[in-house]
Write a protein that binds this ligand. Structure first.
Ligand code: C2E
Ligand code: MG
Ligand code: MG
Ligand code: MG
Length: 285
């Protein structure tokens, strides 16, 4: 009996695996089509400089406008794109799109995320150089965001790649700082221009807790190392005020804008008048 029940369970398990595999295959097929059918879009989120209260940069974030699923988040297809290698083509497409788009926002830098898979691709340097040449974007206006995971497996070749990218004149940001292995040695050994403090820390802050202490320390660390600090995931006026007070250089988050389509972003940029912080009330508290 037990054996029979076991077999039945196994069959259910097998059927479920099969379903998941089918669903994955379907998604993979759709994703290949997406690239060909131009269903991918790039949305843009502003980065605000805390000294000048002006928008100084924009992060390019890919989305997939699926015919039946609606707007699919990168979290739901980037992993598959990475497993299948499709990320290399998608990444290049995003890079070119974002660089071209940035030409119409001449006062801004544009940040583009690089997958570790792209990073391991031997053609990366060539690709970035070609995109810069094709689009005519000034290299200093392009910022490439990488996560710590690219540094872990092969640090010496990672260093070569980063140096080659720096030689092109582009800037390098460490994204999601604090979520990976966060070895401080990485900040020392690699040529980062910017540290982006992961939004999990920003979301947890309330002025006196551990997350606030960590955020404060990373800002100080960035200052000492002469790197720009950016806080991601800023959703409230209190967080913006705290970060201003602590000397963070830039902030990014839903408090100002969600990632939006290029046309909308142009309007957002035209209407931007800065924002208020409430420093006096914080000082009093
Ligand atoms: P990321 O590079 O860390 O991008 C920031 C993510 O935080 C974006 O999610 C953005 O929408 C979200 N975010 C910004 N402000 C807030 C906020 O105030 N609150 C909250 N809760 N979230 C906020 P998104 O667009 O879903 O992208 C997720 C991740 O997907 C990105 O994280 C990045 O790792 C990856 N990704 C997006 N576009 C690309 C791409 O073109 N290439 C590659 N390789 N990865 C990409
Ligand atoms: Mg990013
Ligand atoms: Mg990030
Ligand atoms: Mg992230």
């Amino acid at each position: 009996r037990a054996k029979q029940a076991g077999r039945a369970t196994y069959r259910i398990f097998e059927a479920k695996m099969d379903q998941e595999l089918q669903a994955r295959k379907a998604l993979e097929y759709d994703l290949r089509q997406a690239v060909l059918k131009h269903e991918l879009e790039v949305h843009y989120q502003p980065l605000i400089d805390l000294d000048s209260k002006s928008i100084v940069a924009v992060e390019a974030l890919v989305r997939w406008r699926h015919p039946s699923r609606g707007l699919v988040s990168p979290m739901d297809f980037i992993p598959l794109a990475e497993e299948t290698g499709l990320i290399v083509g998608i990444g290049e497409w995003v890079l070119e799109k974002a660089c071209t788009q940035a030409l119409s926002w001449p006062q801004l830098r544009v940040a583009v995320n690089l997958s570790p898979i792209q990073f391991r691709n031997r053609d990366l340097i060539e690709t970035v150089r070609d995109v810069l040449t094709r689009t005519g974007l000034e290299p200093a206006r392009l910022e490439l965001e990488i996560t710590e995971s690219v540094l872990i497996n092969d640090a010496s070749s990672a260093l070569d790649i980063l140096n080659a990218l720096k030689d092109l004149g582009v800037r390098i940001a460490m994204d999601d700082f604090g979520t990976g292995y966060s070895s401080l040695g990485y900040l020392n050994s690699f040529p980062f221009d910017k540290i982006k403090i992961d939004r999990s820390f920003i979301g947890d802050m309330n002025g006196k807790d551990k997350s606030s202490a960590i955020v404060r320390s990373v800002i100080t660390l960035g200052q000492s190392l002469n790197m720009t600090t950016t806080a991601e995931g800023v959703e409230t006026a209190e967080q913006a005020t705290f970060l201003t007070q602590e000397g963070c250089n830039q902030i990014q988050g839903y408090y100002f804008s969600r990632p939006i389509a290029a046309d909308e972003f142009t309007i957002f940029l035209e209407n931007w008048t800065g924002f208020e912080t409430n420093l006096s009330s914080v000082a009093a508290a």
